[in-house]
Design a protein around this ligand. Structure first.
Ligand SMILES: N[C@@H](CCC(=O)N[C@@H](CS)C(=O)NCC(=O)O)C(=O)O
Length: 215
């Protein structure tokens, strides 16, 4: 299968998918879009992905999939090993719930277009925008830390000792947090999971700084 990932090195939704592709051992090419230059809003990209966000995954028959969680679940269904979701329905719901706590409740309010709107349209200072970012991370991370710290289903990763969908989302968020000086000492359980991810080349290679088009 020849796969093309339309993405941007710093995009955390792209980091999720890059790490998933790496965990599955799926080779892929990169097409990069510089978000600050609005390359993801070009006619050519909008033809591929009318949602105008990265990432999008293009399959060898030309089909384009948008939305990182949908892409990751597609990869998991078509390449079941290693599994990114557990078998048991309740466990699957638990992992999806953890993943969505990051991907649906933290990431969207901290997305580039939101931060740009705050700065460019509402004229909020750079420091104010950074405060906004940290506020919404804290709103999401504090309950997540509490939930995961007290849960025996957690292992090295969010669910047991193998990485899955929730870890992909958490890893990408924590990697992104570094740009805004989020104080991770308040979230020792989340930080420990991040560090376990960093033991795996699949995650390390997905980091922004290791993207072939980083810069
Ligand atoms: N829910 C989408 C979010 C995708 C998304 O927001 N991507 C960001 C980069 S992380 C983006 O394209 N931002 C462009 C913008 O904000 O203008 C997903 O999970 O794929």
């Amino acid at each position: 299968m020849s796969l093309v990932l339309h993405n941007f090195f710093r995009s955390s939704a792209s980091v999720r998918v890059r790490a998933a592709l790496n965990l599955k051992g799926l080779a892929h090419e990169h097409v990069s879009y510089v978000l600050r230059q609005k390359e993801h809003q070009s006619d050519a990209y909008l033809k591929l992905n009318p949602q105008g966000l990265v990432p999008a995954l293009q399959l060898d028959d030309g089909t384009v999939l948008g939305q990182s969680l949908a892409i990751i679940e597609y990869l998991d269904e078509t390449h079941p090993e290693p599994a990114l979701l557990p078998q048991d329905p309740l466990d699957r719901a638990r992992v999806r719930s953890l993943a969505q706590a990051v991907a649906c409740d933290i990431h969207p309010v901290n997305n580039l277009r939101v931060l740009q709107y705050l700065g460019q349209e509402l004229k909020i200072s750079e420091a104010g925008v950074a405060d906004w970012f940290r506020h919404w991370v804290d709103q999401g991370f504090a309950p997540l830390e509490q939930q995961l710290a007290g849960d025996t289903r957690r292992g090295k990763f969010c669910h047991g000792d193998t990485p899955g969908l929730a870890d992909l989302c958490l890893f990408a968020q924590i990697a992104n947090n570094r740009r805004f000086d989020v104080d991770m000492s308040r979230y020792p359980t989340l930080q420990a999971i991040f560090e376990h991810c960093l033991q795996l080349p699949a995650f390390v290679d997905a980091l922004p700084e290791n993207h072939p088009h980083a810069g």
